[in-house]
Every structure is written in structure tokens, then in C-alpha cells.
Design a protein around this ligand. Structure first.
Ligand code: PHE
Length: 444
């Protein structure tokens, strides 16, 4: 792999960590979150409208290639965190990745200290499954709000935070929040924060994010009623769940009750002081959140398949014309057509591990290392957006030989036209050959 690679117009040195396929490298410049009238950019604007400037500065132009320090270390991810593995993250080289979340920019933004709050939207990259809600590039939006102890009487920000809360609007959404703001084991108060400070910051965080959810869903409801005057919805309900992120404590996730299911929509928490100290702003305290834009856009516009966001088909794009300049004109997406699906299965044996063919205990032989995301990527590289989903349909270990067999079902379906069986077969033959060649599995 040594050599150079150009990503988004910048040149990088590759090493044996490099694992960015061409299809990803070539999409770095799309910037859907900055494309006017694109549903991702419209969704960003709706979120931004609840975090107005100048209190919140809006950053939407950060470059996607970041250091492992920015993406992981600065945020306190342990060295062995699974998110760091090559199976989950795209590496340019050992110290450089495609950001896996917008939090990669927290250290720099806190350090720049250009405003008391900010939002930041960006494309983020993760190796993952293929289905209607997962795509290796997606978009996140992050926000934060800080208070400075140096500016508060007696170095105590509690009153300042509650004053800010009293200036926020109220809402009548149903909120379930069964846990106390901090819990010594599950959701601890940070060293150096008083209970009253954490409580006030948590209250400001929760109200701010609830108001954002109310905004999003009132827009979703208006669009739903425009599409169907008889539309009848249930009252909006959300709940706060205790969570864990290495750089916030206490932390939460917010779930929304939507069409019969609890849907996780965002992660957030009180920013760890260590991060703010490392950013050079030790007297500041505050909260941060991160939200996935695709998921919100899919429910706002009723977009059924995440691949549609990448479509250049006018039948998709033209439906959102004018919405960026007038958010009240937001309408639901009207599917232009649904083309037939074409399912193909591929089954293969994993090879016995090359290092040792029998385990010490004389039990089943260990098999080659294998990660499903490698299958996903090969399928994606060959089929591109013609693959709707890939599911494991069978897994079986031979009782005598200990060999393991896996079967995946690939659903080939274009969003834009009908695929012929010959075309699907051709993709599938290429996928089979690539699996055997690149993963060293034995086709069945
Ligand atoms: N970056 C987190 C994620 O990708 C979300 C988050 C952002 C959580 C900021 C806390 C604070 O899930």
C-alpha cells in the first residue's frame, strides 16, 4: 500500500492501515449537508434554526480527513476501543482517518473559543452493514453550549445557567425522564463539578434538545397533513435514557416514540473538563450533543431508503426545490417508483486459521479471522447503490471438521430502473469471485 492518495484535493501518505475504497474516496466532495434544497441540508437548517447565531456559531465546512488524535484520543477513547478497529473505521494511514463522528472537531472548536455555543454538521464515515438505514457515509450534526466560570459572580455559573433556562421557551411535549441528573455509578457527576452545576447544565441541555425535537416534529406533522388531510397522529412523546460517551459525564440518549416504536435520535452529555482543559479553556463548563441527520431526514420527508440521499435523479432532487429558502414549504417525499427486487445468495466456508489448525484443547479448529463489514464493502464496491441490503441468512459449524459456513442474501434493486436478471447475475458473479479472492473464503 505505500504511496500517496489524493482525498478531497489533498495528498496523503498511505501505509498498511489504508482501507479507503475508491467509491468512498470519490464521494468526499459531495457535501450533501451544504447542497441547497437537499433533504440533508434542509434538515441541518431546521436544527440550526433552534440554535441561532450569534449565541451559536455554525460550522459546516470542516474537512473529513482527521487525525486519530482528533477522532479518538482527544475524546478519551481507550486504545482498545472497538470503534478504532480497521473493520469499523476508514484509515488513510495509522494516524489518519475519515472522521467517524462530528465530535472529532470538539477539541478544535472549544479551543478556538469563537462563541459560547456552536453547531457543526459534516459527512462522517463508518464501515457498516448494508440496508435501508445504513450507508458508509452519513451526516451528523453536533452542538454545544458553554458557560465561563470567570464571567460568573463568585466563579459560580449556576445562576447564569438557570437565567438562560428561564429565557428558553416552554413546550407541551410528553417527556419521560425517570433518572436523577447524576448517579454515582451509572452516570457520575464529574470531579470538579458541583451537583448544582451539573443539574443546571443538564436542565439546559434537556430543554434545548426537547425544543429542537418539537421543532422537527411539528414540521414533520405539517408535511404529513399536507400529504394527507386525514392524517392523525398521537401526541409526541420522548424519553431520556442514561448513556455513556468517553468525553461526557453524565450522558444521555434521547428517544422519540414514533409510529409505534422508540427511536434513538441523539447522544449528549456534560462535557468532561479534561477535554476543555486540553482545549485551553479550563474555566468553561457546558454540554454537547450529536444527532444523525439521515435518520431525522428519513422521518421528516418519509424517505424510505438511505441510498436515495445520494441519488442524482431529478425525480428525487426536484421534489425539494425551494425548501431551503422557505422551510415552511417542506413536503413529504413521493416515491417515483419501486422497481422489482432480485435476491441472490452466496455461501462460503471460512478457512481454518493458518496459524494453528487444531486448538490446544483438541476441540473445534479455529477459523480465519473474518469480519462481516469486509463482505459489505466488497458488495458495495461492486454493486454500488444497486444493492438494497445484505443479510446473513445462515451460519453453521460442521460438527466433525469444525469448519464454519456462512450464507448471505444480497438484494439487488436499483432505485432508478428495473435491473435485468442478467445484470444482477453479473454483479453476483463478480461478488462471488471477489469474496474468494480478497477474503480467501471457499465458495460453496
Ligand atoms: N458523537 C456521538 C455519536 O456519534 C454523539 C455525541 C456527541 C455524544 C456529542 C455526546 C456529545 O454517537
Amino acid at each position: 500500500f505505500p504511496g500517496k492518495i489524493t482525498l478531497g484535493g489533498k495528498e496523503y501518505q498511505k501505509d498498511n492501515w489504508f482501507n479507503v475504497p475508491d467509491s468512498i474516496a470519490n464521494s468526499l466532495t459531495r457535501e450533501l449537508h451544504n447542497t441547497p434544497d437537499h433533504p440533508i441540508s434542509i434538515t441541518r437548517s431546521i436544527v440550526e434554526s433552534k440554535f441561532p447565531s450569534p449565541t451559536f456559531k455554525h460550522y459546516n465546512k470542516f474537512f473529513p480527513v482527521v487525525s486519530t488524535h482528533e477522532n479518538f484520543d482527544s475524546l478519551g477513547f481507550p486504545a482498545d476501543h472497538p470503534g478504532r478497529s480497521k473493520t469499523d473505521t476508514y484509515y488513510v494511514n495509522e494516524k489518519t482517518v475519515l472522521r467517524t463522528h462530528t465530535s472529532a472537531h470538539e477539541l478544535a472548536i472549544f479551543g478556538a473559543n469563537e462563541s459560547v455555543g456552536y453547531t457543526c454538521s459534516a459527512d462522517v464515515y463508518r464501515r457498516d452493514a448494508i440496508d435501508k438505514t445504513h450507508y458508509p457515509i452519513f451526516h451528523q450534526m453536533e452542538g454545544a453550549r458553554m458557560w465561563d466560570r470567570r464571567k460568573a459572580p463568585g466563579g459560580n455559573i449556576v445562576q447564569a445557567v438557570w437565567d438562560d433556562i428561564s429565557n428558553l421557551p416552554t413546550h407541551d411535549m410528553i417527556v419521560e425522564d425517570p433518572n436523577p441528573p447524576t448517579h454515582p455509578e451509572r452516570n457520575p457527576l464529574q470531579h470538579g463539578h458541583s451537583h448544582d452545576e451539573a443539574e443546571a447544565i443538564a436542565a439546559h441541555l434537556k430543554r434545548s434538545l426537547e425544543l429542537m425535537v418539537v421543532e422537527i416534529f411539528s414540521r414533520a406533522k405539517t408535511a404529513a397533513i399536507a400529504a394527507d388531510p386525514n392524517y392523525h397522529d398521537e401526541p409526541l412523546k420522548v424519553r431520556w435514557i442514561e448513556a455513556y460517551f468517553p468525553w461526557t459525564s453524565p450522558s444521555w440518549e434521547l428517544e422519540i416514540f414514533w409510529q409505534g416504536d422508540w427511536l434513538e435520535v441523539l447522544g449528549c452529555g456534560v462535557v468532561k473538563q479534561e477535554l476543555l482543559e486540553n482545549a485551553g479553556v479550563p474555566s468553561q463548563l457546558g454540554w454537547a450533543f450529536g444527532i444523525g441527520l439521515e435518520r431525522i431526514a428519513m422521518l421528516l420527508f418519509e424517505i424510505p431508503d438511505i441510498r436515495l440521499f445520494w441519488s442524482q435523479d431529478a425525480r428525487f432532487l426536484d421534489q425539494f426545490k425551494g425548501v431551503s429558502s422557505d422551510l415552511t414549504s417542506l413536503k413529504r417525499y413521493v416515491p417515483f417508483s419501486k422497481y422489482p427486487a432480485c435476491y441472490k445468495d452466496v455461501a462460503f466456508w471460512l478457512q481454518p486459521s493458518s496459524s494453528s489448525t487444531t486448538s490446544a484443547a483438541g476441540g473445534l479448529a479455529p477459523v480465519q479471522s473474518f469480519h462481516e463489514n469486509d463482505v459489505m464493502e466488497i458488495v458495495r464496491e461492486i454493486g454500488g447503490d444497486v444493492v438494497e441490503d445484505v443479510r446473513k441468512t445462515d451460519e453453521f459449524t460442521h460438527p466433525k471438521t469444525g469448519r464454519k459456513s456462512l450464507c448471505y442474501r444480497i438484494n439487488y434493486r436499483s432505485l432508478e430502473r428495473t435491473l435485468t436478471n442478467e445484470e444482477a447475475n453479473e454483479f453476483h458473479e463478480q461478488v462471488r469471485a471477489a469474496l474468494a479472492r480478497r477474503l480467501g473464503v471457499v465458495l460453496r
